[in-house]
Write a new protein. Structure first.
Ligand SMILES: Nc1ncnc2c1ncn2[C@@H]1O[C@H](COP(=O)(O)OP(=O)(O)O)[C@@H](O)[C@H]1O
Ligand SMILES: [Mg+2]
Lengths: 264, 290
């Protein structure tokens, strides 16, 4: 089956080494517009490192990354964000000492990039707090009741929702989510998934998960990483039937990890 | 025994000294909080502020204009140094940036000597009036310095807590990479912070100039006190800087009333004591808390 949607990200032969360790090993990966894709792999498989390469936290040792028609391999993170590549972090990247609403205001910061320096210096947060985009975001992500809370007092689930809200506020073309469900309770997972479901079709979504159980029903495509390599990539069902995936995952499953769901 | 008069004037003297320390170290603290650099060159902008105050007030006959010009030129010098030097070395480790900043300070002192010579310069007092507080004759100018420092503290607080750039700076003290991850150009934040720091250091120099002789080594002379303030208060904390500035100011002032050599020694003793009890300084671990 062929997918006619336009390519948005194409990584070619990217490799990242940490000393002797090859964390990402000659990976080719393609994402299309509005695709909802997932990458699974055990701890240490290289998923977060792959995200870091896509988002520019460090450059690859080899290979190239293209975004639409541009080579972004060595571009700085904020330039990539400006082009619409946005991520969340495995450990949430919200700002602990600021309130929920101020975190959102910061995420919306780029909207003021055309303001002059003086305007920015004098700009109080008051006006921005009532910006329709921010009000909408509070509603969508169910954050109204906690809008003035300082983030360090939030639960992990609330922080995750806030983090995704922040990512979405930057109006990304590609939303990269690094283990958005890790550490959440069942009810928190439900609320985060509810929020993510609303985003489908509005931008490309790439979710990295350690466990697949919760995201299975909305992924179109599934990729499996193992020891820095992609060992399977394709439609969701097809990937799960892949013999190598079964073999690798079987091993991982029996080595004491809890992702039973993959092979089951 | 110390008389009531002496004590009152000692406390006021200490408050004004603490205010100067505060203006001098707040920039250092902000720069450390956000950029993780120890910017000893702030003491250069302090001297620049004092010298510009001297020259402009001699030229225009108005000391306040001199102080204002001093703060502006100090901020501009900081901008130049940030662009030419720090922009290139933010990624380097703390000792490297600290030694570099010390190099800038020493080099800058050389430039000052070139322009203004070695002779200490006097600056007149902008306010000669005195007021009676608890039966003690107090120069109003000292009180004005305290008031200005209070205004600066409020201004910084409002800036950090009410403006978008301020919030971004506070977010940056938590995690610069994550701020960058939101598509915010953190180098712009760095520049703003550095220039504010330099201007405040310059303000400190300009305000202090009428009370001392302006000389090329004035920055180096206060280096020890600046170290004590930041070590006692804990780097990166605005509140800590404020409290420890006034603590050191009082200790120097009251200490010298009791026994003159204590002025140098007492704050040092307190610093050692605090380091023994809390090695991060009073507020060291809490960055830029409200
Ligand atoms: N900054 C780093 N420095 C050194 N090693 C790293 C770094 N980041 C990740 N690694 C190593 O690279 C491998 C892949 O890590 P990571 O990408 O975090 O895996 P995953 O997200 O799939 O759990 C691991 O062995 C990890 O220890
Ligand atoms: Mg990871």
């Amino acid at each position: 089956m062929t997918d006619t949607r336009a390519e948005i990200i194409r990584a070619k032969g990217i490799t990242k080494r940490f000393g002797a360790l090859v964390a990402v090993d000659n990976v080719d990966y393609l994402l299309r517009e509005n695709e909802v894709a997932g990458i699974i792999g055990s701890n240490g498989a290289g998923k977060t490192t792959f995200f870091n390469l896509l988002t520019g936290f460090f450059p690859p040792d080899q290979g190239t990354i293209r975004y639409k028609d541009e080579d972004i391999t060595f571009m700085k993170p904020q330039q990539r964000v400006a082009r619409g590549l946005m991520r969340t972090f495995q450990l949430t990247a919200t700002f602990d000492n600021l309130s929920v609403i101020d975190n959102l205001v910061l995420a919306f910061f780029r909207a003021y990039r055309k303001s002059s320096m003086l305007q920015l210096l004098l700009n109080t947060c008051k006006g921005q707090r009532n910006d329709p985009k921010i009000v909408e975001s509070l509603e969508t992500f169910d954050l109204q009741d906690i809008r003035d809370r300082i983030v360090k007092h939030l639960s992990l689930g609330e922080k995750r929702r806030l983090e995704i809200a922040m990512a979405v506020l930057t109006e990304p073309k590609v939303l990269l989510l690094d283990e958005p469900l890790a550490g959440l309770s069942e009810s928190e997972i439900k609320s985060v998934l509810g929020v993510l479901r609303q985003r489908i079709g509005r931008q490309t979504i790439l979710i990295v998960e350690h466990k697949i159980s919760h995201v299975e029903d909305f992924l179109e495509r599934l990729t499996v990483m193992h020891e820095g390599r992609i060992i399977a990539d394709g439609g969701y069902e097809e990937t799960l039937r892949d013999p190598e995936v079964r073999r690798s995952y079987w091993q991982i499953d029996t080595s004491g990890e809890q992702d039973r769901t993959v092979v089951a | 025994m110390i008389s009531m008069q002496l004590l009152t004037s000692g406390v006021i003297f200490g408050l004004s000294l603490g205010s100067i320390f505060f203006l001098m170290t707040i920039g250092l603290s902000l720069c450390f909080g956000l950029m993780r650099i120890i910017s000893l060159d702030q003491l250069l902008y302090y001297s620049v502020g004092a010298y510009i105050t001297f020259s402009v007030s001699a030229l225009l006959g108005n000391i306040w204009l001199g102080v204002l010009a001093g703060a502006i030129v100090a901020g501009a010098s900081a901008l130049v140094v940030e662009r030419i030097v720090f922009r290139r070395i933010y990624d380097r480790d703390l000792p490297f940036t600290m030694i570099t900043s010390f190099g800038v300070l020493i080099g800058g002192v050389g430039v000052i000597k070139y322009f203004w010579g070695l002779v200490p310069r006097p600056v007149g007092e902008p306010i000669v009036a005195r007021v009676d507080i608890l039966g003690t004759d107090i120069p109003v100018y000292r009180l004005v310095i305290v008031a200005i420092a209070a205004l600066v503290y409020i201004g910084i607080w409002l800036f950090l807590n009410r403006t978008i750039i301020g919030k971004a700076i506070r977010a940056g003290t938590e995690d610069v990479e994550h701020v960058e991850g939101l598509g915010i150009n953190v180098y712009r934040l760095f520049t703003i912070t550095f220039v504010i720091a330099g201007a405040l250091s310059g303000l400190a120099g300009g305000l202090y100039a009428p009370l001392i002789m302006v000389d090329p080594n004035m920055g180096l002379d206060v280096l020890a006190f600046v170290f004590m303030v930041v070590i006692i208060g804990g780097l990166g904390s605005i509140k800590g800087t404020l409290i420890s500035s006034f603590l050191v100011g009082q200790v120097v002032s009251i200490g010298s009333l009791v026994y003159a050599p204590l002025a140098q020694m007492a704050p040092f003793a307190i610093m050692l004591l605090i380091l023994l009890i809390k090695p991060t300084g009073l507020f060291g671990s809490q960055m830029l808390k409200r």
